[in-house]
Design a protein. Structure first.
Length: 222
């Protein structure tokens, strides 16, 4: 939608989510739209806020810290999600800034987050990231290691609400989404963070509870 306003892009994405939900026999309100604003400044984000969007995602702790405190002061109802990889030494900052963390993928990060939550009293929702495409360069625990990571996270007291994945760019995403949904059912986890601008309608039909959409809302990276 080149040339479209932020409100028009937001309406178009919401309409696609609703259409996909109808195809799957799901209520459209079952899927949370996370508007991913990485690399975009406040001037690009404010029109989405004015259009009614309230859930936003960032990839980096430092970037979120630089731009979101002022935006949230203007609109206190905003929820902020960390959708990118997280270094263990940034866990305390992440717990302070974010309402949900989608990229918990290793025991050392579990321990760092648990310690930060104990210190701050803040308990953002946590999604365990699974490397469903078995890509060595990508974050996420291996499918076979998920039970151990989940046990570690629950034992540490993390509020684990679901699973997250990023399918390989060159492959059809539906099998990866179906695998993540199967793993979530197996472990009794209700949340499924999956689907981005290129494939979020497919993710919704397979059960996504959170879709992470950036380009379709804001265009290419700033």
């Amino acid at each position: 939608m080149m040339g479209a306003s932020a409100a028009e892009r937001l309406d178009a994405v919401k309409a696609e989510i609703a259409r996909a939900a109808r195809l799957a026999g799901r209520p459209p309100g079952d899927t949370v739209l996370v508007a991913v604003t990485k690399t975009h400044g406040a001037e690009a984000i404010r029109p989405l806020i004015e259009a009614g969007q309230r859930v936003f995602g960032e990839n980096r702790v430092q970037e979120a810290r630089a731009k979101w405190p002022a935006l949230r002061e203007d609109c206190p109802g905003i929820a902020l999600h960390l959708v990118g990889g997280l270094q263990s030494n940034k866990a305390a900052d992440a717990v302070t800034l974010f309402d949900a963390i989608h990229s918990v993928d290793r025991p050392s990060l579990v321990d760092a987050l648990a310690a930060a939550m104990a210190r701050t009293g803040r308990r953002p929702d946590c999604f365990l990231q699974v490397n469903v495409g078995e890509e060595p360069q990508k974050g996420g625990c291996a499918v076979a290691e998920l039970p151990v990571l989940l046990e570690r996270a629950l034992g540490a007291g993390l509020p684990v609400t679901g699973l997250m994945c990023i399918p390989p760019a060159e492959r059809e995403p539906a099998p990866c989404f179906a695998l993540l949904a199967k793993l979530a059912r197996r472990h009794g986890l209700p949340g499924l963070s999956m689907g981005m601008s290129a494939d979020y309608p497919t993710a919704v039909t397979i059960g996504a509870t959170h879709v992470r959409v950036g380009t379709a809302l804001l265009g290419g990276r700033a």
